[in-house]
Structure formats: C-alpha cells, structure tokens
Design a protein around this ligand. Sequence first.
Ligand SMILES: Cc1ncc(COP(=O)(O)O)c(C=O)c1O
Length: 391
Amino acid sequence: MISFQSKFPDTPTSIFTEMSQLAIQHKAINLGQGFADYPMDPLLIKGVTKAMEEGYNQYAPSSGYMILRERLSEKTLKEHGQFFDPETEITITPGATIALFTVIATFIRPGEEVLYFDPAYDSYRPSVTAVGGIPVSVPLNFPDFSLDMQRLQSKISSKTRMIILNTPHNPTGSTVTREQLLALYELIKDTDIILMCDEVYEHVIFDHQQHHSPLGQPLLRDRTVSVHSFGKMFNCTGWKTGYIIADKALTTEIRKVHQNNAFSTFSAVQIAIANYMEDPDTYERLSGFLQNKRNLLEDALKDSPLKPLPVKGSYFQLYSYAGFSHLPEKDFAVWLNKEAGVTSIPLSALTENFGDHQLIRFCFAKKDETLLKAGARLRELGRSIAPPPAH
Ligand SMILES: Cc1ncc(COP(=O)(O)O)c(C=O)c1O
C-alpha cells in the first residue's frame, strides 16, 4: 500500500449525490439538484448533429471558435455597454466549474486568501484549497442575502488575492446592484485583488430587474474575470460548455492554464451554439419561462407550512419551515424526502458559517406537472404528515 495524505480530509460525499440517492430510494420527486427535467430545444440538438456531420469533430482552437467568441463579444457589448475583444479577452471552456478552477489555479499562490460569500456554490472552497490557497467565507446578510460590505471589508487582508462574487446567487436567488458593485470597487480599488464573478444565471432574472455584471463597470475592468455557462443558458448542463471574459492581461494568464488543463472544448457544440445564439430570444426568453415556474411552485405551496423567501434570480428558491418544525435543516430534508416524497437540499450543506435557519432549497426548473405534483405532496404536511420532534 502506498501512503499519501488526503488534501481534502473533511470533504464529505456531495449533498447532491446524497440527496439524489435518497430520492431514488424513496421514489421522491427530486427538486434538489439544479437541472431541468424538461427537454432542451431540439433545434440546438439538430445544430450539433449538423456541425458533426459537417466535420467539426477534431480539436477546436484552444480559446474556442472565433464565430462563437465574436457572438459573445457582441452580446456583452449589447448587454453591458463594454467591448471585450474576442481575439484576446474571451475563452471558451468545458463548463463554468472548470472555468472557476482554471481562474483560481491561474492566480492563487499557496497561502493567498480568496474571499467568497457564504452560502456558496460548493466548488469554490475546494478549488481554492486544491491549489494551496486559503478560502475565507464572508456570510451574507440574513434574511435578504445581500452583501455585507462592512463584513467584507473586515475580512480583506494583505493576503487577499481574489473575491468570488455570484450573481444571481445560488442557492439564495439574491442579486447584486450597480451601487453594490461600485461600493465593492471602492473597497478594493487600492489593492491588487481580482474580482471573479460567477454569472451562470445571468439570464434567469425576475420581475423586470436587470442583471448587473462587473463587466459593465469600466472601473472594475482590469480586475474582473467573469464566468458563464451555456449549460444554464440553453438547458444543456450535460454538455459542460461555458466561457470566461476578462481583460487581455488577465486572459493571457488564464489561457496558460486553460491550454494545459483542457486545451479546448467540444467543437460541434461551439459551432451549434454560435448559430443558435444568432437569435437572442433563445436566451432572453429564459427569465419569463422560469419566472412562471417560480410562481407556479409558490402558488402550489400557498396552503402548505413551507414559506417562500423572495427570489430575484437563478432557478432556486429557499423555503422556510420554521413555523412547522424545529429539526435541523439536514434532518428535515431527509425526513421530508422519506415522508412527503419530495427531495430538497438543506441550506446548511451549502454554508460554512451561516448557521441553521430552517431553510431548504428547491430547484423549480422542472416540468409544470412535476411542480404541481410536488406541491400536492407538500400540502399534506401538517395535515396527514406531522413532523417529528427536534432532539
Ligand atoms: C453558481 C454556479 N456556478 C457554476 C455552476 C456550474 O456550471 P457548469 O455546469 O457550467 O459547470 C453552477 C451549477 O449548478 C452554479 O450553480
């Protein structure tokens, strides 16, 4: 037996794997993991088939096909009013998670600190640890999950190299405002801190709000790295394709890592997406589509003891069971899965220092009938299904 020391001794099995296994075991409706149970647009599938038939089956250029990068440059200019050069500032990656890792591996040296807001998407922390960096969590305000600038300031030190921002935010659905981005700039303007913004839900934003990206703030341009996912944009999470936008100096460094950990990504998918995106409605319609689903689930749960927290974007919503049970979040989610047959994710599994607030997360990117069926099951809570006492 060889001997080695785990770099991740405290990493448990992912909560998504755990809850999905429980969902199968109890034949529960899975509103836990973040992917759609309805089909993606067949037009895009046809586009990939066509691209493959046309011969796009070998390595794509390392930074991605120019036609796709040009499309993304035009889109960014239209949406945020800033030009990013497709030649030197846009890179196509195998999804957002690897893009986040690539950026962290590019800039973080052992002992340097990366601040991220808690609760958080679960890859940030282990990615920082993997390269010897020190993840430092900054709890969001409760209950609106907004940024706490004073708390953020108190965590910035001479070792801070990067701040990870996620808007719209998974798992809470909060978003950042332009004023908050400017306040963030004021905090870091005299430092060399890089701002990495995870914007995978940029097109899932509700109630006529606008998505505010640091890409749209000229003051932040030289320090912003923005990460995106076509999987979320076009409901093809299994295709694992995304992209990074960053100023030339940053992109030059990012590509040095990208060319060695991925080199390039699925060629036919890139061509198909570039053609598909020619019509902006393919992604602009997403907000309205998912807003209807958010509303449908909220309506279906009106007469249940689960109370929704406001959600501004993303396809997740937190529900409070505080008036119904005092069980800790994980115990409640496991109980709910078994007794009500609906799978959720306990918020506590996605936080480090945030505490237990009796909140579970549902993903509402599901067929209407799935949401209605889950709603019917959850309305039985408190009627025929009683919660166990907390220990
Ligand atoms: C906030 C956030 N960032 C990144 C990702 C990963 O995106 P991809 O599937 O493109 O790796 C997810 C997926 O759930 C996410 O919620």
